[in-house]
Ligand binder design. Sequence first.
Ligand SMILES: NC(=O)c1ccc[n+]([C@@H]2O[C@H](COP(=O)([O-])OP(=O)(O)OC[C@H]3O[C@@H](n4cnc5c(N)ncnc54)[C@H](OP(=O)(O)O)[C@@H]3O)[C@@H](O)[C@H]2O)c1
Length: 254
Amino acid sequence: MAEQEMKNRVIFITGGNSGIGLETALRFAEEGAHIAIFSRREKQNMIARNQIIPYGVECLTFSGNVTREGEVKLAIQKTVDKLGRLDYAFNNAGLEQFPTPIFQQSEKEFQTIMDVNLKGVWLCMKHELPYIVQSGGGVIVNNASVTGIVATDMVAAFVAAKHGVVGLSKAAALEYIAANVRVNAICPAGVETPMLDRLLVKNPDARKEIDAYHPIGRCATAREIAEAVYWLCSPKSSFITGHALVIDGGASIR
Ligand SMILES: NC(=O)c1ccc[n+]([C@@H]2O[C@H](COP(=O)([O-])OP(=O)(O)OC[C@H]3O[C@@H](n4cnc5c(N)ncnc54)[C@H](OP(=O)(O)O)[C@@H]3O)[C@@H](O)[C@H]2O)c1
């Protein structure tokens, strides 16, 4: 049997109890990495943990909110205390915006989208980076969206937050290149996850439209995104940093 590529490495994943985050946790667990997941719903965290531990790895769960610095800081600290190191982080937790024209969007909604999708990524990196440096280097992947590169209409706050995630990733990449830390963003278009399901429940007629947005004719699976995150963390992408990797079935090339 081939040696597991990530054996005894440690990854911290926000939003690790669902969708892209959970699939990424499973991908890393397959390769022997120990996992720490951080999301708000404790019960969902336990359900995810039960899927991860059969791979024979450790799985810590933290119930917390990426917008609260104290909770983020403590979870990362405890991860290193219990698992001994931090090599990778996937800052993935995010909140969708239901399509609305700008003039109807409330200040509260704008603030929430910014806090979860942008400030949350910054807070996580702030507390992950010192530990990754302490481990001798590693990789951070931030989950933006294809809307971090191009706009779609009616979700202005989401587009702004995701453009911000791409900017934060580039800034951190430059700042930490000498410390052997690579930082990249991923930019998926539609992905089959509970987030997409929630958007479709509100507007079932959008299914055809969403598939047609992608020249490839469908949305991605969460596994297709997890493979990209895994590759960005692996030594196979050792010369890639500060990059925003578009994974969109051709959506942004029209
Ligand atoms: N699905 C798509 O089409 C798509 C496309 C492009 C980009 N993305 C991005 O991919 C990321 C993951 O989304 P997904 O599609 O996998 O959706 P998902 O299945 O709904 O997962 C979202 C995850 O984020 C966690 N989360 C949400 N708010 C949080 C908060 N304030 N603090 C901590 N955790 C929080 C959720 O767990 P709790 O509810 O338990 O906190 C959940 O684990 C998001 O950043 C999203 O913007 C998704």
